[in-house]
Design a protein around this ligand. Sequence first.
Ligand SMILES: Nc1ncnc2c1ncn2[C@@H]1O[C@H](COP(=O)(O)OP(=O)(O)OP(=O)(O)O)[C@@H](O)[C@H]1O
Ligand SMILES: [Mg+2]
Length: 251
Amino acid sequence: MSLLKVENISKSFNTLQVLQNVSLEVQPGERHVIIGPNGAGKTTLFNCITSHLPINSGAVYLEGKEISKIPSHHLVHLGMSRTFQKNNLFGNLTVEENLHLALASTKPYKFQVFHALSTYKDLRKETNEILEQWRINDRKDILVNNLSYGEQRLLEVLLAMASKPKILLLDEPTSGMSPAETTQTSEMIQSLPRSTTLLVIEHDMEVVFAIADRLTVLHHGEVILSGTPEEIKNNELVKEIYFGGGAKAHA
Ligand SMILES: Nc1ncnc2c1ncn2[C@@H]1O[C@H](COP(=O)(O)OP(=O)(O)OP(=O)(O)O)[C@@H](O)[C@H]1O
Ligand SMILES: [Mg+2]
């Protein structure tokens, strides 16, 4: 069974049809990358999969269970986590505090408003484990606003991984990064455990082919091809609309 199945979803904003009958399947453990030109509908597709936007028709299934109408904040409890194209961190809090918050949001129980999250033992323990696992203990007291841009984007991935999701959706994890930060992020993504399936929107072709087991090409809101990296590279239509014309490759 596919871990994630997107079945014939369509989405429009008033008269603008952004997604048309998009179908996609992601197998457990797979690293699936979505590419396509600017405005192709990639982020909208993520927003529909994660219920940040209602879909007009079609359905989304996680492990065979329909999730199309489940509110986005509940999906984390079912094993779906994501990052955003623009960073979604609390800049005036430290790395450690951001981790506390990310972990708290994955817990089914309620927290007392006037109790600092750091007073919850299990949150402290899990936070320390993550800080150690990613060797960022020495960065834990730094305000997120004082981290470099690359560090902030990497932190977002760590926060999204905090819930140990079955599937993690990353929207352009390397956008705006320097070449060195891009390489670091690509390596970090490759080092993520296979127990977390990945669906990634990416524009840097080196990163795309370094991480992808399978790719889906989106163009004007339609899937024009899903296949292995070799199949995508050798497809004439993809070459023409995506790599062709001397246009700068951008997913
Ligand atoms: N909330 C919205 N309301 C109206 N139109 C929207 C909305 N979100 C996206 N769009 C439009 O939908 C189309 C697809 O946008 P989307 O952000 O999904 O593209 P994308 O493939 O992620 O592009 P990029 O590579 O630039 O990130 C664009 O024409 C965009 O202007
Ligand atoms: Mg986008």
